[in-house]
Design a protein around this ligand. Sequence first.
Ligand code: HEC
Length: 158
Amino acid sequence: MKPFRILLPALTALALVLAACHNRKQEAATTAAPAPTVRIVPGQAPQASELALMMRAMTAFADSTRLRIAQGRELPLFPDQFRKLMTAEATPGMKDPKAFDPFAHAWLYHLDALYKAPETERTGVFNTLVQTCAGCHTTMCPGPLVKIKKLGLPAKAD
Ligand code: HEC
């Protein structure tokens, strides 16, 4: 019975992650409502990898930074925790290291650039950062693309 006890939660977790990466797109496309964030699995807490949790934090960061830039407010404190992007453990099978590493490098580069950019250039650098999210997600885990596309800022009309 032992292998089954291990396999079943593992398969359930995998199914959840595949759902996170693949189903949201359709849900969002058909209903335009936010995807449900609560999932109920009998007898088991939902599992998320270190990378998946970091991605949720990156999404929240991009969302609030976008708003701050649009309102001409200061950037949030530099999010040091994202420096672990290269090494954060992914759900098995979710990450293609060949494509992941160059995009992750580029993402961290643009994150630094955002904090170095003069205020007038922040919109452009922020949009490049979001495009790098989309670039990586085009090569793997396409579900979040719908959400990512909504994170961009309109170009400044000046
Ligand atoms: C270098 C590639 C890469 C970049 C850049 C990247 N992602 Fe991800 N993202 C992934 C991978 C791989 C996963 C799957 C992680 C896992 O399941 O372990 C993921 C998962 C996600 C998820 C699903 C998390 C969950 O709840 O399971 C969201 C949402 C997400 N990313 C949004 C973003 C946003 C927003 C950005 C930019 C701010 C971004 N991603 C940048 C590769 C990337």
